[in-house]
Design a binder for this molecule. Structure first.
Ligand code: COA
Length: 162
């Protein structure tokens, strides 16, 4: 049986921006021109309409999520967990926190884009009740498609903790 990773979850500080950008570069934007610079992450950390959440294990950042809140929907910009900590429930916890934040703000729809080739993430989101809205051809530098996913938070996931 896999033991859950013992993490603390907290709002990111500007000092976390560089680590998040570095991880994003190889974990999420691998093979693409990086767009999530430390400055961009720091902007989201400081912006009132974004939440940047980090998971830390013994003070080491092992996961993060960035959600931006609009008038009608929230957009999950980034979600990542270090490979050694994947499949221990960290991604689920990060997303649950961010979704709860959206609900608290009165937002019931979350959208995101995922690389069409990213089977692991697609299965993760599917397990958490995200459904495919459509495919955006060439979304990534004109050479890789994205799937646009959506979750109506009024449909409660049986996979999320109480
Ligand atoms: C996608 C990602 C964030 C998931 O985080 P995680 O902490 O590993 O996910 P969890 O452990 O919370 O998984 C929850 C459930 O999702 C499903 N799941 C997660 N990863 C999966 C995988 N690679 N293959 C199949 N199912 C998966 C499982 O049902 C899992 O429950 P279980 O472990 O009890 O079976 C993580 O794999 C990751 O960082 N991937 C690389 C970056 C990325 O692709 N980010 C998303 C695009 S922005």
């Amino acid at each position: 049986m896999r033991m859950p990773t013992v993490c603390t979850y907290e709002l990111a500080r500007v000092a976390d921006a560089e680590t998040i950008a570095n991880i994003s570069r190889w974990l999420i934007e691998a093979g693409l021109q990086p767009t999530w610079t430390a400055a961009r992450v720091a902007w989201h950390i400081q912006h009132p309409e974004s939440t940047v959440l980090v998971a830390k294990e013994n003070a080491r950042l092992v996961g993060f999520g960035i959600m931006q809140f609009g008038e009608h929907a929230a957009h999950l910009n980034l979600l990542g967990v270090l490979p050694a900590r994947q499949r221990h429930g960290v991604g689920r916890q990060l997303l649950s926190w961010l979704e709860t934040t959206a609900l608290t703000a009165g937002i019931v729809v979350v959208t995101l884009e995922v690389r069409s080739t990213n089977r692991g993430a697609r299965t993760f989101y599917e397990a958490l009740d995200y459904t495919v809205l459509d495919t955006i051809t060439g979304y990534y530098e004109g050479r890789e498609d994205a799937l646009r996913l959506k979750h109506d938070l009024r449909i409660r996931s049986s996979s999320l903790p109480d």
